[in-house]
Design a protein around this ligand. Structure first.
Ligand SMILES: [Zn+2]
Length: 416
């Protein structure tokens, strides 16, 4: 692999986002209010939000056609109880009709089209309005307040995307703090991360594994998303680690409880989640130029409700199985979290490879692409030795077709 150019000193100007500040503040307050209050006291507000989301859909060509074909009237949805009678929106419908799913009264101003990652199925395009693009700052303000954190607003994004893009910016929507994006594929990422001294780090399990070796005393909140998070990684950090569940299409949907592992608190009132035949279905209840009504996420889970030991009220998701855990077994008999190897595949999406422990020290790497990278086999060998295999044997097959699944399964263990 040729060495990457040194990280560019890009300074981004986010000042244009400042006009969203009142709404970001309101949104964070609403999330706080819904997490703290009994859900029965808030159903009237959710019903009102659903009515307004349904009204928005009548300005969207896709929904207009759909509702007209099914004979719906403009006032047919009065409360959340009516939601189940509305049609589901599948991923393939979204992929086919995304250009028809924008509210007709939306100006072109701040719209942007985003390609969702291949990690949740075939990549697809969605449109995001100005607020959709900054909504995460409202979520971060909520989590920080929920946990009573007050450190300096210095946010790092630590990622391992192949391009190695890095930049910095000031944050009008997060207490005028500082943002720095640091790439794990560039040189000395952890040194630069420590030098930046973040209080909040957004990353993923690969970033968390990498950050285990860094000295970051100022971090008061870690955030991870999109993949399975092993319990030992969660407990390896002194600061709380919020594992949130989001899709590119909908934004954040839920966050994993810090007390009850495996329970994800729903981000009401921004979204409402149903479980339809075991599949999680999301309706966006906050205003957006791209309304989402009963969107099928492809993730499995059961929706419950109550008062959690952590203090959060409202809806939660359990039995969540969007991200499959995989444990390899070392010759000495201990279990090793296979996702620790994910960073080696940073040049691939999860759909482009499969790494299987066939037995003992024998592994098979299947790649969709016709050639393997020059260093991958060597890096895998070194990583497996570090994890407990004295003489790993890795067989590589290139140009394979991997089975299409709702969720890709990049790591597999076939050992008994
Ligand atoms: Zn909880």
């Amino acid at each position: 692999m040729p060495p990457l150019a040194p990280p560019a000193r890009i300074r981004r100007d986010y000042d244009v986002q400042r006009r969203h500040l009142p709404r970001v503040q309101r949104c964070a307050q609403d999330l706080m209010r819904f997490a703290s209050a009994a859900p029965e006291s808030l159903t009237a507000e959710l019903d009102r939000r659903l009515r307004s989301a349904f009204a928005e859909c009548w300005n969207v060509p896709y929904y207009q056609d759909l509702f007209a074909a099914r004979g719906y009237g403009r006032h047919d949805v009065r409360s959340l109880e009516d939601l189940a009678s509305l049609p589901l929106l599948s991923r393939s419908s979204l992929a086919r009709h995304w250009t028809q799913m924008l509210r007709a009264d939306t100006g072109p101003g701040e719209l942007c089209a985003v390609l969702s990652s291949g990690s949740t199925g075939e990549p697809l395009r969605v449109l995001k309005d100005g607020f959709d693009q900054v909504h995460m700052w409202a979520c971060l303000r909520f989590w920080r307040r929920w946990l009573g954190l007050k450190g300096a607003p210095r946010v790092a994004l630590l990622d391992s995307l192949p391009g190695g893009l890095e930049y910095e910016a000031s944050l009008p929507l997060f207490h005028d703090g500082e943002l720095r994006r640091i790439s794990l594929v560039q040189e000395r990422p952890l040194e630069r991360l420590a030098e930046f001294a973040p209080s909040v780090v957004f990353t993923d399990p690969a970033g968390l594994h990498a950050a285990l070796g860094a000295c970051l005393p100022g971090v008061e909140l870690w955030l991870s998303s999109a993949q399975y998070l092993p319990p030992d990684v969660r407990t390896a950090f002194a600061a709380p680690l919020i594992n949130y569940y989001a899709t590119t299409e909908s934004g954040p949907i839920a966050w994993e409880c810090l007390r009850e592992t495996g329970r994800f608190h729903v981000m009401a009132p921004d979204v409402f989640v149903e479980s339809a035949a075991g599949e999680l279905v999301v309706t966006r209840l906050r205003e957006s130029a791209f309304p989402l009504l009963r969107y099928q996420t492809g993730d499995q889970g059961v929706v419950g409700q109550g008062r959690c030991a952590c203090g959060a009220r409202g809806w939660w998701i359990e039995g969540f199985s969007g991200r499959r855990a995989c444990w390899f077994r070392t010759p000495a008999g201990s279990r090793v979290d296979a996702w620790q190897l994910a960073w080696l595949f940073k040049q691939h999406t999860l759909r482009e490879f499969r790494f299987t422990q066939v037995r003992g020290s024998c592994f098979v790497l299947e790649l969709v692409e016709p050639r393997e990278g020059p260093t991958l086999r060597h890096e895998l060998d070194r990583a497996l030795r570090a994890l407990g295999w004295a003489q790993p044997e890795v067989q590589v097959r290139v140009g394979v077709t991997l089975p299409l699944m709702a969720k890709p399964q990049p790591f597999v263990c076939e050992c008994p």
